[in-house]
Ligand binder design. Sequence first.
Ligand SMILES: C[S@@+](CC[C@H](N)C(=O)[O-])C[C@H]1O[C@@H](n2cnc3c(N)ncnc32)[C@H](O)[C@@H]1O
Length: 291
Amino acid sequence: MATALLPARVAASRHALSVSQLIRTCPLEPKFFPKRCGFCAISAQLIRSPQLVELEYAELNLPRNPSEELGHVRIRQHVNPLRSSLSVPAEIPDWSRVFKDPALPLMVDIGCGSGRFLLWLARRNPDLQNYLGLEIRQKLVKRADCWAKGIGLDNVHFMFANATISFQSMVSTYPGPLMFVSVLCPDPHFKKRHHKRRVVQKPLVASIVDSLVPGGKVFIQSDVFEVALDMRDQFDEHSHVLEHIDSIDPSISCDGDGWLVDNPMGIRTEREIHVDWEGGRVYRRMYQKRN
Ligand SMILES: C[S@@+](CC[C@H](N)C(=O)[O-])C[C@H]1O[C@@H](n2cnc3c(N)ncnc32)[C@H](O)[C@@H]1O
């Protein structure tokens, strides 16, 4: 990583800033950053989106290939969750083996991808919450678990699971309260005939809403407007149980169309970093279950 990022570091040092400070200091709209920003002089040639991911998560110090057995993890585009081999519910883990304290409140990230986002949160909140990533691509799960062990985290666990099939049984057996569920940049499955492959479907939404404890939260986001709108419509249908967060917490604001202005998590997911890099927009909503 060090060699690949050298030009960005050089650009940063010219301004006496760290790379991440430099990124935040960019005077242009994020949608222009970094491709067209003369100020910071980082161009598409100098720093690429995967390197930005490594920068964002630099403090985790994750090795690229955490185990020899795993080798290089190649990421295929989309998986079809309707494949018969993926319709089998995942085995329920022994929660006291996967988490040091299985009574802690749980956050579940559905479609957690590489897992870096959850690893970062787990590192930040060691004794407050447990984190469970559900992911349908097995190699990503294996690598994320290797990373978690490698950095000594005992409050995060990754499971190879089709969330559509396994979410309910997972959370209903967890000993502590379900406090937070996120679905962040789910696979869009653009073609109409493939919409049924999308992870956010009515039964999953109902199950999330039922399983959360009062005060628990759901966070959804997508850079594909149509997908964001579809998720939003499905959660808005439960407005008798869910309130949007801006009506509860005055420090969180929405734009005129009801999308969150900022990311409330303190860190961007990988997909989000790619989208920012490409000048796209991320549409977000966060709900809280009524008491
Ligand atoms: C576009 S990626 C986003 C990853 C991450 N949330 C992010 O924002 O960077 C969507 C992820 O959801 C996973 N996924 C898709 N359908 C799923 C399902 N039914 N159950 C679990 N994971 C699923 C995919 O394998 C992929 O890793």
